[in-house]
Design a protein around this ligand. Structure first.
Ligand SMILES: *[C@@H]1O[C@H](CO)[C@@H](O)[C@H](O)[C@H]1NC(C)=O
Ligand SMILES: *[C@@H]1O[C@H](CO)[C@@H](O)[C@H](O)[C@H]1NC(C)=O
Ligand SMILES: *[C@@H]1O[C@H](CO)[C@@H](O)[C@H](O)[C@H]1NC(C)=O
Ligand SMILES: *[C@@H]1O[C@H](CO)[C@@H](O)[C@H](O)[C@H]1NC(C)=O
Ligand SMILES: *[C@@H]1O[C@H](CO)[C@@H](O)[C@H](O)[C@H]1NC(C)=O
Length: 329
């Protein structure tokens, strides 16, 4: 009898103070809020004021000063590594979509569906970004197209700011295909994307940042022949490409990029057209840093890195192999 009464009392107490929350360390809440705040700044249009400050010469961005260490560095599979504050914040906020043709989507909400943090310096999370039509002038404004998933580990400095991250975005090829409403496996799509990258690169990368110059060896006939297209047999594809409206620099760029593999958004750390589409978005934010990545050599980013380096070069990036284990584990 007495035992039962004590048990009843314990059950009552734990209803008032749920055990799960009583056992949750203080760092759990602090780190959860830090990650939630970071992701909240990727929700359109919250990223815009951050991006506007990305090229501050003093790298002071007050809104995120308590979220990221000035020395933050990390990687996002399979996009690349971002080895300082500037490129890290350009990754987090510069790649967050802004509404553009044809679908006008951006992140409209985020949900931290998985989260754990047992010590102040480490947390693991998974986020789902709701991706919806975000331009209020569109008739389907608010319509949800899909979600983007990102999982991984975070490391925090003594002030609770992120100083290292190791994250992963699965199935980015499918995501890109849905939000851009195209099938990247089609040759015409691949060529049109290469053309778009060239027009974008020539617009964004100018002056000392110019990547593709006029070349006397490039003429339209040679470019079409280089594509293994027959001007008589492949007229429909050739007319869809509308290469005649490219200027000399754009045509030289197209001559070079159309010879490279299109690649896939699931492996962007590669000498591909797909890699350059992503780095073009970053070049729009920060041409000085990112224009070489859209250029002919890939600038050390859009280059073919071996599997072993892409996934396992932890020590140069994180200083040690066990960065994301709680100390003494
Ligand atoms: C997210 O950001 C918006 C706009 O700055 C703010 O109003 C909102 O409170 C933030 N939400 C969270 C969960 O941080
Ligand atoms: C850094 O740059 C920002 C924006 O240009 C400015 O508001 C801030 O005062 C600068 N900080 C210092 C310490 O110079
Ligand atoms: C950032 O790195 C520099 C050079 O490695 C170091 O002197 C500085 O203390 C670091 N700052 C923080 C906040 O960790
Ligand atoms: C060009 O036309 C030929 C003959 O119709 C066809 O076999 C070939 O697949 C076409 N090339 C492309 C890239 O569509
Ligand atoms: C980052 O990746 C580049 C390749 O893009 C590689 O050369 C470099 O060593 C990596 N840096 C670190 C610190 O891991």
């Amino acid at each position: 009898m007495r035992f039962q009464r004590i048990l009843g009392f314990v059950i009552l107490i734990s209803a008032w103070f749920p055990l799960s929350s009583a056992r949750r360390p203080a760092c759990y809440t602090r780190n959860f809020n830090t990650i939630a705040s970071i992701y909240n700044f990727t929700i359109y249009p919250n990223q815009l004021p951050i991006i506007a400050q990305a090229t501050n010469s003093n790298l002071s961005i007050p809104q995120i000063a308590n979220l990221f260490s000035p020395n933050v560095t990390g990687r996002v599979q399979d996009i690349g590594n971002f080895t300082d504050f500037r490129t890290s914040i350009e990754y987090f906020f510069g790649l967050a979509p802004v509404p553009r043709a044809p679908t006008y989507v951006a992140f409209s909400a985020f949900d931290l569906t998985q989260f754990s943090s047992d010590c102040p310096s480490v947390a693991a999370s998974t986020v789902y970004f709701t991706t919806a039509v975000a331009d209020p002038s569109r008739p389907d404004f608010g319509k949800v197209l899909t979600y983007l998933k990102q999982s991984g580990f975070w490391h925090f400095d003594e002030q609770g700011r992120v100083d290292y991250y190791d994250l992963w975005i699965p199935a980015l090829q499918d995501f890109s295909s849905i939000i851009n409403a195209v099938d990247y496996d089609q040759r015409i799509v691949q060529l049109l994307v290469a053309k778009q990258v060239c027009q974008g690169a020539q617009k964004v990368c100018t002056g000392a940042n110019t990547q593709y110059k006029k070349s006397i060896e490039t003429d339209l006939g040679a470019v079409i022949a280089g594509l293994k297209l027959d001007p008589l047999l492949n007229t429909s594809l050739i007319s869809q490409l509308e290469l005649t409206n490219l200027n000399d620099g754009e045509l030289n760029c197209f001559a070079q990029l159309s010879k490279k593999p299109f690649g896939t958004f699931d492996k962007l750390w590669a000498d591909s057209v797909a890699c350059r589409t992503v780095h073009l978005i970053l070049a729009e934010v920060d041409p000085g840093v990112h224009c070489p990545h859209v250029g002919p050599t890939g600038g050390g980013k859009c280059v073919d890195y071996p599997y072993n380096n892409r996934l396992f070069d932890d020590i140069p990036l994180f200083g040690e192999k066990y960065r994301f284990r709680c100390p003494h584990d």
